[in-house]
Design a protein around this ligand. Structure first.
Ligand code: GRF
Length: 216
């Protein structure tokens, strides 16, 4: 069976996109990144994608009367590229329910918190303000409700008393780059899938160990 043709949507720096492209350079990886699309002309990730060898990297201009018209063009571009999976990687525009419905089960996102805690923006700031001891990141299938779709994978990060928003974000980002490629591999190979509004995982072992913070 061929590798799953995958598109990545970005709005900015694109470090998660780069992690996906890097993982997919291995021929044994079950997905290949064939297109990167940005909604933002200044997205530095577009150059990174081209430098990493993704020929099909471009911008969808934002001159549309409404979100659904924009999403129709986005959908067409993805279908023209013959894509079967779509990864949101720092894509900062809310997708229309129409688009989400069309790609349901084939559309995944990464979010910088242990969902369902801290949906939306400024997750690291909120975790620090709450005095959370453990924070992290989550990959999930996208559903129409923002950051609320079925969870696929999570990684936890201990919060240090000295942490600032930036230092915590950096450690969480490292983990994002670990779990996003793994998530894409699980979904592309069919080991993780959306069924009846939940994420079903096949062939996973029992969880080992636990994370305790502070670990004294
Ligand atoms: C990441 O923290 C991701 O979880 C969030 O937006 C940020 C994007 O960073 N959705 P990058 O563009 O992948 O570097």
């Amino acid at each position: 069976m061929g590798r799953v043709r995958t598109g990545v949507l970005i709005s900015g720096r694109g470090s998660n996109m780069s992690a996906l492209i890097e993982a997919a350079k291995n021929d044994a990886f079950p997905a290949e990144i064939v297109v990167v699309l940005a909604n933002n002309i200044d997205a530095p990730g577009l150059n990174a994608a081209r430098e990493a060898g993704v020929k099909n990297a471009g911008i969808i201009s934002s001159s549309f009367p409404d979100r659904q018209s924009f999403d129709r063009v986005l959908d067409e571009s993805l279908r023209t590229a013959n894509v079967s999976l779509v990864c949101l990687a720092g894509y900062m525009q809310i997708l229309s329910p129409w688009f989400v419905g069309r790609w349901l089960g084939k559309l995944i996102n990464i979010h910088p918190s242990l969902l369902p805690a801290y949906r939306g923006l400024h997750t690291h700031r909120k975790a620090i303000a709450d005095g959370a001891r453990i924070h992290g990141c989550t990959t999930h299938f996208v559903t129409p409700e923002l950051d609320a779709g079925p969870i696929i994978m999570q990684a936890a990060v201990a919060v240090a008393p000295s942490d600032t928003e930036a230092s915590l974000a950096a450690r969480v980002l490292e983990q994002e780059h670990v779990i996003y490629p793994r998530t894409l591999a699980l979904v592309a190979s069919g080991l993780a899938r959306l069924k009846d509004g939940r994420c079903v995982l096949d062939g996973m072992g029992e969880p080992r160990g636990s994370i305790i913070s502070p670990s004294i």
